[in-house]
Design a protein around this ligand. Structure first.
Ligand code: SF4
Length: 236
């Protein structure tokens, strides 16, 4: 809560937003709602491939808090070109980065052009790529020399039980897929349920290596170099 309050104090509300993935980072929305009421700035990357349960859940959260959620869609021309050339499931052969670049990174890049800071629900205990995660960092993936961007991770030191205790104690709505063994929830074709003995993000891109399980939104967790958004599909 202190990290959130500090973030909203330092950045104008039009310049900062919470990234809501339709999973348990709704905790951030609940906390921000306690600080700002329904003026909480929230955006969500609508990849077009989320589970039906996730879309319904996002709308449930919108109504529950009476907030607006900025749904960010991929560029239609870029998406059409990818699907025309490679089909709808190219990530199983080529890896997830190309599809994620179009469905997630490009819309996020556009959004962050208009923000000075964003807030994520990342935690250190989620994956080997996040063990060093700070509560606040310069976003080296999306900052430019003329436009520095700050990323806040208020839940960095929380554990999964902390999150679920908060959700239950505060009556926070959560994605019903969590009750079906889905721990970390992303796009439908790239997420599967896991057993309680597996790492939290084991169900994400399960055909790929653990150390590669970042989609570029948090590329600096695995590589300090800026994200290379695929420009091949980008129109001027
Ligand atoms: S998670 Fe899968 S479907 Fe979603 S954008 Fe990435 S590769 Fe595409």
């Amino acid at each position: 809560m202190d990290v959130l309050a500090d973030a909203f104090n330092r950045f104008e509300q039009s310049q900062i937003s919470i990234s809501f993935s339709g999973a348990e980072d709704v905790v951030l929305i609940e906390m921000a709602y306690q600080l700002l009421g329904n003026r909480v700035p929230v955006f969500c990357l609508d990849t077009g491939r989320l589970h039906p349960e996730t879309y319904r859940y996002i709308d449930q959260v919108r109504k529950h808090y009476g907030i607006s959620i900025d749904m960010l869609s991929p560029d239609p021309a870029n998406l059409e070109q990818l699907v025309r050339e490679k089909g709808l499931f190219s990530f199983y052969q080529d890896g997830h980065h190309e599809c994620c670049a179009i469905r997630k990174i490009q819309p996020l890049t556009k959004k962050l052009c208009h923000l000075d800071a964003w807030i994520t629900g990342q935690r250190r205990d989620q994956n080997v790529t996040r063990t060093e995660l700070p509560q606040e960092q310069e976003d080296r993936a999306f900052s430019t020399p003329r436009h520095p961007i700050t990323k806040f991770n208020p839940l960095a030191s929380w554990t999964s039980p902390d999150v679920w205790r908060y959700i239950q104690t505060n009556g926070v709505p959560y994605n019903p897929l969590h009750d079906q063994g889905f721990s970390s929830i992303g796009c439908e074709p790239c997420t599967r349920s896991i057993s309680r003995f597996q790492p939290e993000r084991a169900g994400r891109w399960w055909w790929e290596d653990e150390k590669d399980k970042e989609c570029g939104l948090h590329a600096q967790n695995i590589d300090a170099q800026p994200v290379r958004v695929i420009e091949k599909h980008t129109q001027a």
